[in-house]
Structures are given as structure tokens and as C-alpha cells.
Write a protein that binds this ligand. Structure first.
Ligand code: AKB
Length: 336
């Protein structure tokens, strides 16, 4: 087996590059995290994996493996075969789907994480776990939500996220597993669709604006939630994983957010850049109830202080870049 050396000093905690495994690699975050990690550490150092079958026209070069995270032996096999030293565990169901299929959500979100942590314990691997603003609930302070506060979520997704944070803390404290996490807000991105979240409207709206000039939103106009543009999320994930462990006071998991916005505000910003764009509302009671149980604006001070979290994109900058990226993609997809 070839041993890889990191391109950058410090890329691998052992000083000798072990490969990186990304689960759920074809999802919304994985589709942008995998290329970013390959760019940084080298194409062959990153093993992308997913339950989904990779399309014949592969979006990128590099190792791809089929992986069902509920099957611990499959994770173990990949970690051994590729000498994995870091696992970015992204495979999970999002909030709306999890509410529809709570038993499946428990099995995938908790079972998958438990298996990943167990393998990480046995092979001393570092673990990234994406928690969420969904780890908070209706009794959490909704404005300037502190880093350490009440966490009594009322959704299965939230239950798995709080339990996941605690399980990661347990493995860190009890077994010394270097598990780290972020409480991610809604992520806005142009590469892969989110699929099944409460904040998905903030991605759909862009596609509909360019295609139809209008959008019917499933959340009420004044539903304020935290959001972040994907390039900032990717940067934050890698920055957290590279941070000096001694500085991490809240390793599982840090509040992060770049903007706190409503559908009305996002639509107004899009309308400034897509003349004639219009929004109307057909509220989905299930997703609205989930959104109403989440914070309106979380406080990311701990992430700024401990490891320098500093998102670049605000609402206007994100909207401008999203529209430019999506227009370029639409142009490239045109036949001839
Ligand atoms: C969802 O809406 O489920 C996710 C999240 C905020 O965790 N985007």
C-alpha cells in the first residue's frame, strides 16, 4: 500500500498522509467538499463514497466507492483498504424527509454515525460531523441563540443531531476520537440540490427565478432562518478540521451562520438582480412547523473566537454569485 504525504504540512495529524473518506459524497455538501479536498490534498488522497450509484458520466476524477453507512463492515473495509485517517461523515437524512420517515432517519443518522465513530475509535481516525440549527427546539432562545443553551428539538432530525453531538463528545472524551462538528444553517448552493430539508426553498428559489421568473414558496414570507453560501461552509468545515485541537472549547458542535433571512428578503434581493421576479406562498404545514421550532438567528461568536470562522458572503454577495454560477451552468448545458 502506498503511503501518501500531505501537500501541506499539518494536513494529516499523523504527519503522514492517510486518505480522507467522505460519506454521502454525492449530496449537497459532498458535491462541493470532495473537489475542495482533492484540490487541497491531491485527487488520490480523497475517497468519495455514497449509497447512490455514481453516474456513468462521472463528474470528477478520483476514487469512488459504494458505501452504506448503516453497515459497519463496509466502513471498516474502506478505512483499512485506503488507510483512511479522516472521515467527513455527511450521509444523513435532512429534516423534512426525516419527519416523514422517522425510523429510517434514526437508523441512517444515528446508526451511521455510531458505526463511523466506532471505526474511527479502532483506527484513530479524525471525524467531521455536520450538526444543524435543527439541534435546537422551541424552548431554545430564538434570537442570538448562544453556543451553549437549551437543546430540546421536537423533530426526529433534531433528536439525531443532538444525540449525534453528544455521541461525538462521548467518543472524544472517553476514547480520544478527534471528532469535530458544526451546527450548520440552511446551505445555499448551485452544484447539487439539497433534497428534503426545511431550508431548501432558499436554493429552489434561484432555479425557479431563472427558469420561470417566479417561485411559490413553501415557507411563510416572514420565516427568518440562518443561512450560509456553500463556499463559506466548505471553508468553515476544512478550517475547523485543521484547527489546533487545544483551542476547541466546543468541538461538537460550533454554531455557524452567515446571514439570517426571510423568504421576502431573499426574493427582494433576487428581484433586484432578476427584473420582474415574483414570489407567492403556499405554506407546507409540516415544514413550516419545523422552521418555527428553529432559531431565527444563532450566535457564531465561539466559532469566530476559537478557530477564526469568517464567512465572506452576505445576502447580496451570495445572490449575485449564485445567479452568475447558475447562468453559466445553464449556458454550458445548452445544446450545440
Ligand atoms: C434542513 O433544512 O434540514 C437542513 C438543515 C438546516 O439542517 N438544511
Amino acid at each position: 500500500m502506498i503511503r501518501f504525504r500531505p501537500r501541506e504540512p499539518g494536513a494529516c495529524p499523523a504527519g503522514e498522509m492517510q486518505r480522507i473518506l467522505v460519506t454521502g459524497a454525492m449530496g449537497q455538501i459532498g458535491s462541493e467538499l470532495v473537489p475542495a479536498l482533492r484540490e487541497r490534498f491531491g485527487v488520490d488522497c480523497v475517497v468519495a463514497s455514497d449509497l447512490r450509484i455514481m453516474p456513468r458520466a462521472r463528474p470528477s476524477r478520483g476514487i469512488y466507492e459504494h458505501l452504506d453507512c448503516t453497515q459497519a463492515p463496509q466502513i471498516l473495509e474502506l478505512v483499512r483498504r485506503y488507510e483512511v485517517g479522516t472521515i467527513y461523515h455527511l450521509a444523513a437524512l435532512l429534516s423534512a424527509v426525516a419527519e416523514d420517515k422517522p425510523h429510517v432517519a434514526w437508523s441512517i443518522n444515528m446508526g451511521g454515525l455510531y458505526n463511523v465513530l466506532e471505526v474511527a475509535r479502532q483506527y484513530q481516525a479524525q471525524v467531521f460531523f455536520p450538526s444543524s440549527i435543527g439541534a435546537f427546539g422551541p424552548t431554545t432562545p430564538r434570537e442570538h441563540t448562544p453556543q451553549v443553551t437549551i437543546q430540546r428539538p421536537t423533530t426526529m432530525y433534531g433528536v439525531t443531531k443532538v444525540a449525534g453531538e453528544l455521541l461525538c463528545d462521548y467518543y472524544a472524551g472517553r476514547f480520544g476520537v478527534d471528532a469535530r462538528g458544526l451546527r450548520l444553517p440552511g446551505l445555499i448552493s448551485c452544484v447539487a440540490p439539497p433534497g428534503g430539508g426545511t431550508t431548501d426553498y432558499a436554493v429552489e428559489i434561484f432555479h425557479h427565478a431563472l427558469r420561470y421568473g417566479r417561485y411559490t414558496c413553501f415557507l411563510a414570507p416572514d420565516t427568518r432562518l440562518d443561512m450560509m453560501y456553500m463556499p463559506d461552509a466548505i471553508h468553515a468545515i476544512i478550517a475547523l478540521m485543521q484547527a489546533d485541537a487545544a483551542r476547541l472549547h466546543h468541538r461538537n458542535a460550533y454554531n455557524v451562520s452567515a446571514m439570517s433571512i426571510t423568504p421576502t428578503e431573499l426574493a427582494a434581493e433576487i428581484a433586484r438582480q432578476v427584473p420582474g421576479f415574483a414570489i407567492d406562498y403556499q405554506v407546507d404545514p409540516v415544514r413550516q412547523a419545523i422552521a418555527d421550532s428553529w432559531p431565527r438567528a444563532i450566535d457564531a461568536a465561539a466559532a469566530r473566537e476559537d478557530w477564526g470562522f469568517a464567512p465572506k458572503y452576505d445576502l447580496a454577495g451570495m445572490t449575485q454569485d449564485m445567479l452568475a454560477q447558475l447562468r453559466a451552468r445553464r449556458e454550458a448545458e445548452k445544446p450545440g
